[in-house]
Design a protein around this ligand. Sequence first.
Ligand code: FAD
Length: 459
Amino acid sequence: MEKITVIGAGLVGSILSAYLARQGYEVSVFDKRPDPTLHGALGGRSINLALSYRGWKAIDELGLRKSIEDISIPMKGRSIHQLNGQIDFQPYGTENEALYSVSRGMLNKILVEEVKKGENIKCYFNHECTGLDYRTNEISFNTLEGNLTIAANRIFAADGANSAVRESLSKDGIFNAVYEPLSHGYKELLIPAGNNGKHKIEKNALHIWPRGGNMLIALPNFDGSFTSTIFLPHEGDYEEEYNFSSLENNGIGIIGMFQDLFSDAIGIMPDFVKSYGPNEKESTLGTHYCNPWNFEDKVLLIGDSAHGVVPFYGQGMNAGFQDCIYLNNLINNHKGDWKTIFSTFSEKRKPDLDALANLSLYNFIEMRDKVSDNKFLLQKDIERYVSSEHPGKWTDLHYLVTFTDVPYSKAKEIGDLQSRIMESVMSEPDVDVKWKNWAGFRSNITKKILNSLEDSNQK
Ligand code: FAD
């Protein structure tokens, strides 16, 4: 049985290891953290992630749907909390379509449990990869017992956005890695459960308080709480008044910001200053690009180590799981020909992840600004109308990304075309009044949209 080494038993490393073991390889997985199945999932305040179609597809292929469904909460749409306290619900898809809020810690625990069941998988926790020598294929680790070096033939690096493997091969000039930091960072806050243990706001929704360059979101947890995330600029040179730098060590400033921007969240988050942690540093966000993703037939980056994106489309993990499906199909088609598998993965999959990086940056603007903008909401109404009157002709970009496995690059191409068409529609004088009141106008606009789609299909 051929031996494979996986660095990282996080979300993608676990799914990948399960796929590789099913292919009959002897898999050794190394992770710097302690074993999550022995030490329990992260308790209390825990990051939760939105799981969508692409992620579920890998989970289904591995037969894990039931155990993951048991720890996830469907979110059927966005609940937009307006500045005046009004809450508008915007469904994501049809009645049966939802994103699923799942705790990262619990998900990782279940996936590692699954990996440990594999007879041909060995897990090594508390093994921190410190470097990889591409000339000798030797991997160095820091372990509880001291330093360790092993030689490995086929190495998959699933060691996350700050990948030590990527770093090591970039230093040696094998990879060209670029990091583009975002102007904004984030902190996690907690909206505790109500006294009855129930959710204080709609459970089956992703909550957003969109305030331009400042934004608060919340995803539901099983215990009645919500994990909330606040996004602010790091520094004051951004146009928004509130930023992490000016709020550092400043309880009064934090109270002022909540009163100004998120007053309806104060009632449900009574300890918001403590939860914000005035003395704690915010986390950073950014996009990791790397080219290529492979070194010959020896090393392959996968998941965030290859393509860390900003989290605003909720797709990083989903994309990483889809990487595993993609790779598994390549292994099926070219079994044993690792050169073809690695180079095809790097060349053919990368354009999709470059597209996702771009879409994720764009969705930051949509989430923080547009979801509360009347013109944008009208545009979405028009799109929904065309889509329901002419099924199959118009599928919204968000839907393509979230509820299908259309390649991200194709989804972006369609989204770019839709934006151009809708820009022209929305520039019609008094479009809002006419759309609401005149059936003839609705019919003309619909024809215009369909004709534009037809024209572009013929080009
Ligand atoms: P990770 O999950 O980071 O796992 C890497 C693993 O490698 C870890 O177990 C780590 O311990 C291990 N490791 C790291 N370095 C070493 C080393 N040197 N040696 C050995 N082991 C090592 N994605 C979504 O799909 N939906 C969302 O809603 C979503 N929300 C997000 C919100 C935030 C705030 C952030 C920051 C990200 C979000 N993401 C979301 C992205 C998602 O978290 C990542 O895409 C996903 O975790 C990538 O999985 P991974 O296994 O590649 O990396």
